[in-house]
Design a protein around this ligand. Structure first.
Ligand code: FES
Length: 281
């Protein structure tokens, strides 16, 4: 029998259901929500763009050319950003949402340049000076390991070389393709102990606030930033990248970051590190 997950909450015939039994979905049903198929989210949203579009130079200097838009298809009535589906993401939105959380975090699924992303706000600037036992999330800058467990380098080796890689404005943007089999992990899309509004330090599998890949249950900690390594699927070339740590599950390594900048209040991605996103077709 297919494994089932608790969707929070389910939408049945256009209405939000509080029926516990009907709020469970399996992976096949999950596809209907538009988040977890390698091509569906791309084709359904921006059609002609697709992955190849990030190989193109930036579109210009106007706000929005490199902007990230919310993706809430099928969850318009219950995701905090549901009413903003396909609107540009702004820092202010995330700051306001994070103020409602226990951990000082907020996350949202989006589309950037035709590829799926997750943007996370972590109130690092305020929370970093509190005791870790407070449960208030903050970014952690860590040594990374490859899939064999070998240490390969520190996040700051990369951010020192290019400060744009360092989280700016308490925000990170994460490439939304799982390093296991390229499904699209979500932010608090399903309800379980990995996705609840709680945080523990160390980049391990305890606590919530994880990106969760429903396909085979891989977990990624968006507060644990490290160097990692992966391979270009087409030519086999290996590359190091700045990313978030894999906390658990079958994924071999963590997910890459997409460095961001603000254009006014609008969150934009920087296109300089496209090699980092070549491990999926
Ligand atoms: S594709 Fe993500 S866990 Fe398998």
């Amino acid at each position: 029998m297919a494994r089932e997950y608790n969707l929070k909450p389910a939408i049945i015939d256009g209405a939000v259901s509080n029926d516990a039994e009907s709020s469970y979905i399996n992976r096949r049903q999950f596809l209907r929500y538009g988040f977890n198929t390698a091509t569906g989210v791309l084709a359904a949203s921006l059609g002609v763009l697709g992955f190849a579009s990030i190989l193109l130079p930036p579109g210009g200097s106007n706000a929005g050319d490199l902007g990230v838009v919310y993706w809430a298809k099928g969850r318009e009535d219950e995701a905090w950003y549901g009413a903003k589906h396909l609107q540009l993401m702004t820092k202010t939105d995330f700051v306001e949402e994070a103020a409602k959380s226990n951990t000082g975090t907020a996350g949202a699924a989006g589309i950037w340049n035709g590829v799926p992303v997750v943007v996370n706000y972590v109130n690092h600037s305020e929370n970093k000076d509190t005791p870790e036992s407070s449960g208030l999330a903050r970014f952690q800058f860590m040594e990374g390991i490859d899939e064999t467990g070998k240490t390969i380098g520190h996040f700051e080796d990369l951010s020192d070389a290019d400060p744009r890689i360092f989280p700016s404005e308490n925000l990170v943007m994460i490439f939304g393709r799982c390093t296991h089999l390229c499904c699209i992990p979500g932010w608090q899309l399903v309800s379980n102990s990995f996705t609840e509004d709680s945080w523990t330090p160390g980049g391990g599998d305890d606590g919530g606030t994880k990106l969760f890949c429903i396909c085979h249950s891989s977990r990624f900690d968006p507060t644990a930033l490290e160097m990692n390594t992966n391979r270009n699927r087409s030519n086999g070339a290996t590359f190091n990248y700045a990313g978030i740590r894999k906390a658990g599950g079958p994924a071999p390594v963590g997910l890459p970051l997409i460095p961001i900048q603000l254009n006014g209040d609008v969150i934009e991605g920087i296109t300089d590190y496209i090699d980092w996103y070549t491990y999926c077709d």
